[in-house]
Design a protein around this ligand. Structure first.
Ligand SMILES: [Zn+2]
Length: 545
């Protein structure tokens, strides 16, 4: 009896030892696939929740913020009394942004949370359908397809929080992903506002844990529009407003020039601009400064060359903690972005890439409304300061490339000169491609996967498929080298069957096929040539019979 108990206790101890040791061994498992896992650091707009789990910016909450001021708005329309309008604005914006607002010294009592994705890889996310398109999810899925399980992650954060806190969370997240995937490094796709947070993370924690950084339509150099608002230059541009509306209808700025000069847009702009003229100071003091000026995360949108003026205007009444934070952020992060980018390009430890798009109108709320953009952020800022003509304009017939670096860095349409950018040889510029618009079938995900899985510091000369200047053909749709309007989609200098097959591949919506399979005619990728393949080809050629 005694002996049995002794054996049992030995067995039990062994079982317990294993229970403790097995996870420890599992954590130690290294992955030998050779490609670092990818983290997408997403942009602004993640759904936020209050302490009770209610969505903060729900349609219902926005309506509830506006409804109470409807009588005041009616009174303004009837009397033109701007005093009444400013009060209504202040009340409505205050109600809507109340749950995320800070006081003038970096304090916030309310609880703000985001969806808890933790550090689970993409394949475990319930809402990540393979069909997700035109969004971050499409790229996450493409990375997952390319690299497999435990190699595709999303980093989600409260976009109203302090960037230093977000960077600390990102650092923790990177460590978790390294452990989960069994890699020493991760690659980061820094999207839109995620570029600010990645930039802050790199400034505070370095890039020892990072293989590739891709700045994707990123605000890491600020957003001119916010900078202009923070230095007191609000202005509604009527024609540009028309252009923006046309662009959203037609999907491209190419047709947008047809609409802007409709008088209605100028009338609307005049009303707003008169309001700024008569009540601008009060709008700043009662709405813009308390709601946006005191929101720490919005300071990462201020371009470093506007900081001083913005602090003077927006932080007149700020407390010492907020001022100290802003100065610290400027010193450590914003003012050193260019230096950091150049250091990464030269470093053997990390690879740096920048993707920037143009030929889209931006929200026309400042005097820089005509700056070229990807629809959300100015090309000047996302490219790290390329020289860019206003939308619809060119750099001029006599324009000479600003920096003579021995390369031709002016776009074929004479709109963008990349020679002035922070990393000219690592900056890709695409016409007509929208802000963070990844799709499964148009080559956009393939391009990003190529960058994110890089094993060396690529340049714009590394791959003829992805030269410095590219063109997003919205008709097919397909991402292609700019100069392949001739039909030379691969950019290898000849129009071949491969080009035809690539176009066919894109139009047929087949993203699983390899070029070889398509060349063989195996359109549905089942490793056999069947009637089904013939039907797909016929359908395409004949136009959807
Ligand atoms: Zn691996």
């Amino acid at each position: 009896m005694k002996k049995t108990r002794a054996i049992l206790s030995i067995v039990m101890s062994l079982v317990m030892m294993f229970a403790i040791l097995v996870p420890a061994f599992a954590e130690e498992t290294k992955c030998d696939c050779g490609t670092a896992p990818v983290i997408q650091v997403r942009g602004i707009g993640e759904t936020l929740y209050d302490g009770e789990g209610n969505e903060i910016f729900s349609a219902e909450n926005i309506v509830n913020g506006i409804l109470p001021v409807v009588p005041q708005l009616a009174q303004f329309l009837a009397t033109g009394d701007t005093e009444v309008l400013v009060e209504a604005l202040s009340q409505a914006v205050g109600a809507i942004f109340g749950p995320v607002s800070y006081d003038n010294n970096l304090n916030r009592d309310s609880v703000v949370t985001v969806e808890d994705y933790t550090s689970d890889p993409v394949e475990t996310y319930k809402d990540m359908e393979d069909t997700d398109t035109g969004s971050e999810s499409a790229l996450a899925q493409a990375v997952y397809r390319e690299l497999g399980e435990k190699h595709s992650y999303l980093f989600i954060y409260d976009w109203t929080a302090n960037p230093f806190d977000i960077a600390a969370d990102l650092n923790q997240f990177v460590k978790e992903v390294k452990e989960k995937s069994g890699h020493d490094k991760v690659s980061i796709c820094a999207e839109s506002m995620g570029g600010c947070m990645t930039n802050t993370y790199l400034a505070l924690y370095g890039y020892n844990d990072v293989q590739n950084v891709v700045m994707a339509n990123s605000a890491f150099n600020g957003l001119e529009m916010i900078g202009q608002l923070f230095i007191g230059n609000p202005q509604i541009d009527g024609p540009a407003l028309g252009g923006l509306i046309a662009q959203s209808i037609y999907g491209s700025a190419e047709y947008a020039s047809l609409i802007p000069y409709i008088p209605l847009f100028q009338d609307l702009a005049n009303i707003a601009n008169n309001l700024f003229e008569t009540a601008g100071d009060r709008i700043y003091e009662e709405v813009l400064i308390p709601v946006f000026g005191y929101l720490p995360s919005f300071w990462c949108f201020v371009p470093e060359y506007h900081f001083e003026e913005a602090i003077d205007l927006m932080l007149k009444d700020a407390g010492p903690d907020l001022l100290a934070f802003i100065n610290d952020y400027y010193e450590k992060v914003a003012s050193k972005t260019t230096e950091r980018v150049q250091e990464m390009v030269e470093s053997d430890d990390v690879n740096y890439f920048c993707v920037s798009n143009y030929n889209k109108f931006i929200a026309p709320v400042t005097e820089t409304a005509r700056w070229n953009s990807d629809g959300v952020i100015e090309t000047y800022n996302t490219s790290g300061f390329a020289t860019v003509a206003d939308i619809g304009e060119t750099l001029g017939a006599d324009y000479v490339q600003a920096v003579n670096n021995g390369k031709d860095m002016v776009s074929p349409d004479n709109v963008v000169d990349v020679s002035t950018a922070q990393a000219p040889m690592q900056t890709w510029i695409t016409k007509n491609w929208g802000h963070i618009a990844y799709n499964h079938n148009d080559g956009t995900c393939d391009f990003y996967v190529w960058l994110l899985t890089a094993k060396e510091q690529y340049t714009v000369e590394s791959n003829p498929k992805y030269p410095q200047f590219m063109y997003y053909n919205t008709e097919i749709p397909l991402l292609m080298p700019y100069t392949c309007g001739s039909g030379d989609v691969t950019g290898d200098g000849v129009v071949s069957a491969v080009d035809a097959m690539l176009v066919l591949k894109a139009t047929a919506g087949i993203y699983c096929a390899t070029e070889e399979q398509l060349m063989n005619g195996d359109m549905n990728c089942d490793d056999a040539l069947t009637a089904s393949d013939a039907r797909i080809i016929f359908k395409k050629v004949a136009g959807n019979i």
